[in-house]
Design a protein around this ligand. Structure first.
Ligand code: ADP
Ligand code: MG
Length: 613
């Protein structure tokens, strides 16, 4: 069932293959795909087994290693060689995590301010290595179930992951032999799995409450015409189901006489507590034995002891809401993610807080992976009726001073996409600004394709450099570009819709790319000359005005020196010699700077620095 697709960036044919979605979790990881027949997202599992692979690695004494359920058993018997929660270390230095090192039973080392490493006997592993081992296990397992090779994946990360952490996750994928097509946010994936944001023209605000094994995140997202935007995130990277287990352990220890001083006993009691916790998600009383003593826990007792922990998550929800600037009423949906949201009290307290029923219809342990699979399928081009998150085949930008192309959305930006930049005027009292939109890779707009032009008019009279015109590009899922220009001080605004790919064939795209490569050197030289000229011309203009305005404050020597330097600069401009222009610009600057600084008022200072369209 392979499909043939055309790569719009290169015009070449490419063979589609299975792309999987992976939730690389702190506690559990899993793989999901879109089922080829039912077209529904499904988590991969062997018969009768769980889809979850515990994110645990055990290193045996003679170098053999196991990942997942088998490794989890060693948490009790061989903690020094059993690594869990490696995700917490991603992109972190020793100092970042040292405060929490005591919660880890394995050894992390201080590598002089560099990224943290884990030590197992005489071997050292980076968090990237460890994550790669988990991903490799997932890949092998998926290949075994699917009976085909799995080479491409979409991997999820928490919304608060920074660039370094995202890059580390990508690297881990690469190390595991996966081509990571995209890293997406866990709350975004969860929203996709709930079917939000898939329909075009949908606008929704969603709160994603994710309580996992050791971490808690709350994210507030908006979805607008296929664009997911994270408005706020909050949470606690050391708060999760493990804390509920520990609360139960402490409760039992208080009531019973068994010795919990031995590390191993403690771990076993912890597992018992987890068992009780899970049981109480669907029952009212748990009974069992531990070290020949009867133990029990009712749902009421359990809820009383865990309430303070859930309260902490509710505080985080309040913070996130505050940061997002929204009210509870403005949240359209509250979705439940993470195994710990199976606990009824969690759902109840979250519903009470938001004042609405929570949405918990998708399996909370699988929801993130299912969303990643949906994203993977969209990337594979299999879901034509769904939102197509694609890339721009050519760069999109504006014409700036001197006919230069100023790129706002580089080629290969994923669609939907958004970018904005501020510009200013270069003439005093300038009331209009031409906004010309181009597509292409060349440095001069004349070599690119013009898509649209409009005029932002009605800018109130201000000195040059003072108006702040924000130009924003927004490409929606259909590939329609909306260009908006807004003068921020006065609020005047204009917008236009453009179809960037209009009448552009794959050959056109290919030719434009080829052109840009062949002309790269020439373009760089032209750009440098234009930039130098623009700077020189602007300096001449502002100096001229400055002198006229401040003639009384200048000495005769200053006036003579300036006038000579201006003539020299004008001459260099006529000669079109970049180096000479730069030298003469610098000379004029050197002469005018001392007195300009002396008497310059703020508006002129801005005019001399401003970047103008
Ligand atoms: P992560 O995203 O951190 O990898 P998960 O979403 O897989 O974690 O959540 C794991 C947590 O969910 C564990 O603490 C586990 O005990 C808890 N959990 C799993 N099933 C249940 C259940 N039925 N009731 C309560 N908690 C559960
Ligand atoms: Mg998770």
């Amino acid at each position: 069932m392979a499909k043939i697709a055309i790569n719009i960036a290169t015009g070449s044919l490419q063979q589609d293959e299975m792309i999987v979605g992976i939730d690389l979790g702190t506690t559990n990881s899993l793989v999901a795909i879109i089922h080829p027949e039912s077209k529904n997202p499904v988590a991969l599992k062997e018969h009768n087994a769980s889809s979850l692979v515990p994110s645990v690695i055990h290193f045996g004494s003679s170098g053999e290693l196991v990942v997942g359920d088998e490794a989890k058993q060693y948490l009790v018997t061989d903690p020094a060689h059993t690594i869990f929660s490696a995700k917490r270390l991603m992109g972190k230095t020793y100092n970042d995590v040292a405060g929490n090192a005591s919660s880890l039973a394995y050894k992390i080392i201080d590598d002089e301010g560099r990224l943290v490493k884990v030590q197992v006997d005489d071997r050292f592993y980076s968090p990237v290595d460890l994550s790669a081992l988990i991903l490799k296990e997932l890949k092998v397992k998926a290949e075994h179930i699917l009976k085909t090779t799995v080479g491409k994946a979409v991997i999820t990360v928490p919304a608060y992951f920074n660039d370094a952490q995202r890059q580390a996750t990508r690297d881990a994928g690469k190390l595991a032999g996966l081509d990571v097509l995209r890293i997406i946010n866990e709350p975004t994936a969860a929203s996709l799995a709930y079917g939000f944001g898939i329909k075009k023209d949908e606008a929704k605000t969603i709160a994603v409450y994710d309580l996992g094994g050791g971490t808690f995140d709350i994210s507030i997202l908006t979805i607008n015409d296929g664009i997911f935007e994270v408005l706020a995130t909050n949470g606690d990277t050391f708060l999760g189901g493990d804390d509920l287990d520990m609360a139960v352990v402490n409760y039992w220890v208080g009531k019973n006489t068994f010795a919990e001083d031995k590390n191993e006993t403690k771990q076993q009691l912890r597992l018992k507590a987890e068992e009780a916790k899970k049981y109480l998600s669907a029952n009212d009383v748990f009974t069992g034995t531990f070290q020949n003593e009867n133990i029990s826990l009712t749902k009421d007792e359990f809820e009383t002891i865990i309430k303070p922990i859930i309260d902490k998550t509710i505080t985080c929800c309040g913070n996130a809401l505050k940061d997002s600037g929204l009210t509870k009423k403005e949240i359209d949906e509250v979705i439940m993610v993470g195994g710990s949201t199976r606990t009824p009290l969690v759902k109840k307290m979250v519903s009470d807080f938001f004042g609405k029923q929570v949405n918990d219809t998708v399996n909370p342990d699988e929801v993130v992976a299912l969303g990643a699979a949906i994203q993977a399928d969209i990337l594979a081009g299999n879901t034509k009726d769904l939102l197509l998150l694609d890339v721009t085949p050519l760069s999109l930008g504006l014409e700036t001073m001197g006919g230069l192309m100023d790129v706002l959305l580089p080629r290969n930006s994923k669609i939907p996409a958004k970018a904005a930049r501020q510009y200013t005027t270069y003439k005093d009292g300038q009331s209009g600004m031409k906004i010309a939109v181009y597509q292409g890779e060349r440095d001069m707009v004349q070599d690119n394709r013009k898509l649209a032009e409009f005029n932002l008019s009605g800018i109130p009279g201000m000195p040059a450099g003072l108006p702040k015109v924000e130009v924003s590009f927004l490409i929606n899922a259909d590939g329609i570009l909306v260009v908006k220009a807004k003068e921020l001080r006065s609020g005047i605004e204009q917008a236009i819709q453009v179809k960037p790919q209009y009448e552009l064939t794959d050959e056109d795209v290919e030719k434009m790319l080829l052109d840009s490569m062949q002309n790269a050197e020439k373009d760089i030289a032209t750009r440098a000359l234009v930039e130098a000229r623009t700077e020189g011309e602007q300096l001449l203009e502002t100096t001229e005005k400055f002198i006229q305005k401040n003639i009384a404050a200048l000495t005769p020597e200053e006036i003579t020196a300036t006038s000579l330097a201006m003539q020299a600069l004008q001459l260099s401009l006529d000669m079109q010699d970049k180096n000479l222009i730069q030298a003469k610009t610098e000379e004029l600057n050197a002469i005018s700077r001392p007195y300009a600084e002396r008497i310059m008022d703020q508006s002129v200072s801005l005019a001399m620095k401003g970047k103008a369209v």
